[in-house]
Design a protein around this ligand. Structure first.
Ligand code: GFB
Length: 314
């Protein structure tokens, strides 16, 4: 049978592009389609495209994503776009006879006060963090879609839950970005302007687990090749830092020596969300990029791609 390639849905995003780089580096055939040619929220178009192109499997990295501000301010976009994309791709893959699919979620699927480190079994055991419950509900629905098609039709659809991610092709728009690109940009601009202070949102106390997207890509491809179970699987760095520590680290990588002030009128979000990734570790995956060197390479990427070419919109 002809190998039509692995469809990377969302290949232009930070996660999808990392997966594409990795698969192509391994000499594997990939399939992509641009947003201008296929709107993933259009059910008929997605089903037609899948039936016509027949990918051998799907890695599902397409999503409407954003940081704490975007999640909190655009709840309808986050729940609608993600639910639509998920139902269209997962149902469409089934209709097109595609037997293998990897869905990507997020650690925000877990309850706000989940036990730490968070095991996969903590799903649906308590209330969610309000700043991102819309996105979280959509991602939980994605896990359940995969499980439903596995249970009813025997499809080998699996889900992988990453922690907070960063790396090349991150979004550097200060309103919609996650904390790492926001701090890289804020510290860099403060250094250039010789500003005496940088404003960091919230109290600085929340703890976050950050994984470089190239490490995630290896975990996802590993799961695509080797993991075939009903339960979703966590994919995290295994360590956490406070936002205050992160700000100090970014300041030192960027070379900014002014003060950091915390704007407590901004939300902290979840106090802590360190995942237990021992299930994936037992399968043989380990993260390789430590936070400081990942931040240094992200700052180089920012200087090369964003700073000199104007800011990308989200
Ligand atoms: O990265 P972030 O937006 O995502 O924020 P979440 C992490 C923490 O950094 C929060 C603080 O406590 C923010 O208040 N922070 C400090 C900042 N300064 C800044 C800044 O300039 N920009 C941003 N964005 N944050 C998102 C979820 O949650 O993470 C999504 O809303 C998803 O659903 C994603 O799960 C991974 O970790 O709070």
């Amino acid at each position: 049978m002809t190998d039509c390639g692995i469809w990377i849905a969302g290949h232009n995003g930070m996660v999808g592009s990392a997966i594409k780089r990795l698969l192509e580096g391994q000499g594997r055939k990939t399939l992509v389609v641009d947003r201008s040619e296929l709107d993933l929220r259009d059910q008929g178009a997605v089903v037609r495209w899948l039936k016509a192109n027949k990918p051998s499997s799907v890695i599902f990295a397409a999503a409407k994503v954003g940081g704490i501000y975007a999640n909190d301010h655009y709840p309808a976009d986050f729940i609608y776009d993600n639910l639509a994309i998920e139902t269209n791709i997962i149902h469409g893959a089934h209709l097109a006879g595609i037997d293998r699919l990897v869905f990507l979620g997020s650690s925000c699927i877990y309850p706000k006060f989940a036990p730490q480190p968070i095991p996969e079994s903590a799903l649906l055991t308590g209330p969610l963090e309000p700043t991102n419950e819309w996105y979280a509900i959509a991602k939980i629905a994605g896990i359940k879609l995969c499980q439903a098609y596995r249970k009813q039709y025997g499809r080998r659809y699996i889900s992988v839950m990453p922690c907070n991610l960063y790396g090349p092709r991150d979004n550097y728009n200060l309103q919609t970005s996650h904390v790492i690109p926001a701090l890289i940009r804020k510290f860099h601009e403060a250094k250039l302007a010789a500003s005496s202070q940088v404003v960091v949102w919230g109290s600085g106390r929340p703890l976050r687990e950050f994984l470089h997207v190239d490490d995630l890509a290896k975990g996802v491809v590993y799961c695509h090749d080797h993991y075939d179970e009903y339960e979703h699987v966590n994919c995290g760095a295994g360590s956490e830092v406070s936002i205050r520590q992160l700000a100090e680290l970014v300041g030192s990588v960027v070379g900014y020596s002014g003060d950091v002030v915390f704007d407590v009128s901004r939300p902290d979000g979840t106090p802590r969300k360190l995942m237990d990734s021992s299930k994936l570790a037992a399968l043989g995956w380990r993260p390789e990029i430590d936070l400081r060197s990942g931040l240094a390479s992200s700052y180089s990427w920012y200087l090369e791609h964003i700073e000199n070419q104007g800011q990308r919109e989200a």
